[in-house]
Design a protein around this ligand. Structure first.
Ligand SMILES: [Zn+2]
Length: 340
């Protein structure tokens, strides 16, 4: 008799799902030596496991991520081809809330959403050291236009730098009070752990903000971040395999720690190599270097794309709300789900 044992049949089915989902043979997936960004960078859908982040912002992964829909009443997701609209449900809920509140209270028409995370988090094939657990999100500093951008426009539109030419200072012709309100509101939410902005933006806030500064300490100056700002949230409650970052120093940060950014020190080019030094080759992170759960996550079956249903923050097993929206070109944009 040539009957396959049911367990094996199940495993094969799971492997097939996995292979389809990740675009790589399942056999490679469990290989601890595999280059982690290759595995995670090709995963098309999240693991069908309850949402949980594992590891650290710059070395981790996420199970059960959910996608922010391409369009909402007060947001539009950008660069759809990257497939980085996935995050922990708390992160997605926070981005949606911020988008609603800035539109309602701050004179900011809505958010253009940059990278959040890959469907299973993890290291990326390009860009970002962090964004690995679905707890980081980039928000552009251009206001959302009133019309719906096409798929192409979302690929090609450039984000706008807030800096004046090549200086470290904000361009007063681009910067508005609404930018300031947007960033300060994002920092004000208790679940937000840090906001990264260019030092010039932090300085502008320090120099001009008239309101409450109790969240200013969370707004951290950092390289880059003049085309977008970066929201990082805390490890969600009960996420025991998620490692928190050391809290920001107390105080507003409008002090000598900020002044340091306006010296030469942070902008010096890296030390030139001595003649005869071999160029250092960057070591690629292997799967085995990530938390153990990440190997299970990369191996796990995907949520089905049919399950692309409404996601409500707090759902135990979150669904992909918008997988069908990885259009090859300018096509069906799914209806935004109701505001929750
Ligand atoms: Zn970022």
């Amino acid at each position: 008799m040539n009957r396959m044992n049911p367990y094996r049949r199940l495993t094969r089915a799971a492997m097939l799902v996995c292979a389809l989902a990740t675009g790589i043979p399942a056999a490679n997936a469990a290989d601890g030596n595999a280059v982690a960004k290759q595995l995670f960078g090709h995963a098309k859908l999240p693991a069908a496991i309850a949402s949980e982040p594992h590891g650290f912002y710059s070395k981790g992964c996420i199970a059960g991520a959910v996608a922010i829909p391409v369009d909402g009443p007060t947001w539009q997701a950008m660069r759809l081809s990257r497939n980085r609209r996935w995050g922990h449900p708390d992160m997605i809920a926070l981005v949606e809330r911020l988008s609603r509140e800035v539109a309602q209270y701050d004179g900011w028409p809505g958010l253009l959403i940059g990278d959040i995370s890959q469907p299973r988090g993890g290291p990326m094939l390009s860009g970002h050291a962090s964004h690995q657990m679905g707890l980081d999100a980039d928000i552009w500093l251009n206001p959302m236009p009133s019309r719906k951008l096409s798929y192409r426009e979302r690929e090609d539109t450039s984000a706008v730098s807030m800096l004046k030419n090549d200086t470290l200072y904000v361009d007063p012709d681009r910067w508005t009070d609404a930018h300031a309100r947007l960033i300060v509101r994002a920092a004000s939410y208790p679940e937000v752990e840090r906001i990264f902005v260019h030092p010039g933006i932090k300085k502008k806030l320090c120099d001009t903000w008239k309101g409450d500064r109790s969240s200013f300490g969370k707004i951290r100056p950092y390289w880059g971040h003049h085309y977008h700002f970066h929201i990082r949230i805390n490890c969600p409650k009960g996420a025991t395999d998620c490692r928190s970052q050391a809290p920001s120093p107390s105080g507003t940060g409008c002090d000598k720690s900020l002044a340091w950014w306006f010296t030469d020190e942070p902008w010096k080019p890296a030390k030139p190599a001595k003649p005869g030094d071999k160029p250092k080759k960057k070591r690629e992170m292997r799967l085995s270097e990530l938390p153990a759960a990440c190997a299970r996550i990369i191996d796990a079956p995907s949520v089905s794309s049919e399950a692309a249903a409404t996601f409500q923050p707090g759902m135990a097993v979150a669904r992909a709300s918008a997988y069908s929206v990885l259009p090859a070109n300018d096509v069906p944009i799914p209806t935004p789900r109701p505001v929750n």
